[in-house]
Write a protein that binds this ligand. Sequence first.
Ligand SMILES: Nc1ncnc2c1ncn2[C@@H]1O[C@H](COP(=O)(O)OP(=O)(O)OP(=O)(O)O)[C@@H](O)[C@H]1O
Ligand SMILES: [Mg+2]
Length: 305
Amino acid sequence: MFDPGQVRSALARRASSEDIVVPRWERPDWFATLPLAGLEEDQVWREYVVDRLPKMSQDATTIANYAFTEMLNNAIDHSGADEVAIGLWSGAFEVRFETRDWGAGALPHVQERLGLEDLYDALGELVKGKTTTDPSRHTGEGIFFTSKAVDVFTLESGGLRWTVDNLRDDQAVGGSEITHGTRVRWEIDPAGTRTLSEVFHAYYTDDDYRFDRTKTVVHLFGIGVRFISRSEAKRLMRGLERFREVELDFTGVEDVGQGFVDEVFRVWPRDHPETVLTPTGMNGPVEFMVRRGLPTPSPGDRRID
Ligand SMILES: Nc1ncnc2c1ncn2[C@@H]1O[C@H](COP(=O)(O)OP(=O)(O)OP(=O)(O)O)[C@@H](O)[C@H]1O
Ligand SMILES: [Mg+2]
């Protein structure tokens, strides 16, 4: 039987008062703290989770299985923590999961291992995808695809919260009380019809089925709605040459400066001719600046739009 008092005291023991959760996330239907040594994510799914799920469509079950095992694998392989806490909210209309560890923290870990300037840079790299600190054993797909496969995904670490809301097609960054370790929460409609393979295929290039396409949300890369400088552009574009096709989503960006536009649309494509950039979601002033800044195509040039 689930005992809310036990859960609260476990949370309090593990994470002290920093972890006061919003009421919606307060009382899991199932909760366990498991030692990470020797833990296997698919075994946890089979042993503890499957029988506690409500009636779910096959498509939703496949996504839940993928998301759960990927996020638990991250705690196992990357956190360096001793234990992981797992919570499950199993409603007829909504299934929610939480994975919490008190290890390195996804954002500080990526920042440190990849030598990035700050946590926002680390978040930017996770948003792009194919970001891994362990390239010999991992490909950097887990967070990218999980965040796009579930309905709403949040990853918190280093005092930041990254939310990917696929119901509203929106992403946001805000503050979080999680300063130590990582907390990932996500939810899915048990009757959902989105398939995992359609999520993969949206980012796999058709000819070789490789994760070669990404969509980057520009407004996550700065503070505010204006992107003026060349250095902001460099932060946005860093590493995007690892993809063959890149969609730059300008939704929510109100203004861009000449230096930014020149770097993104002239300098970077000149240095990385193998990657095709597609800007989307531009408003009037942004579109004006981008079109003005684009190099005039000569016959035979590849178009950027
Ligand atoms: N719980 C965690 N604790 C510490 N670092 C984490 C945690 N979760 C993710 N990370 C960091 O984020 C990076 C990206 O995670 P992601 O799951 O997207 O890719 P990956 O695990 O490296 O590769 P793949 O998921 O394809 O096996 C990891 O390489 C790791 O550095
Ligand atoms: Mg992973």
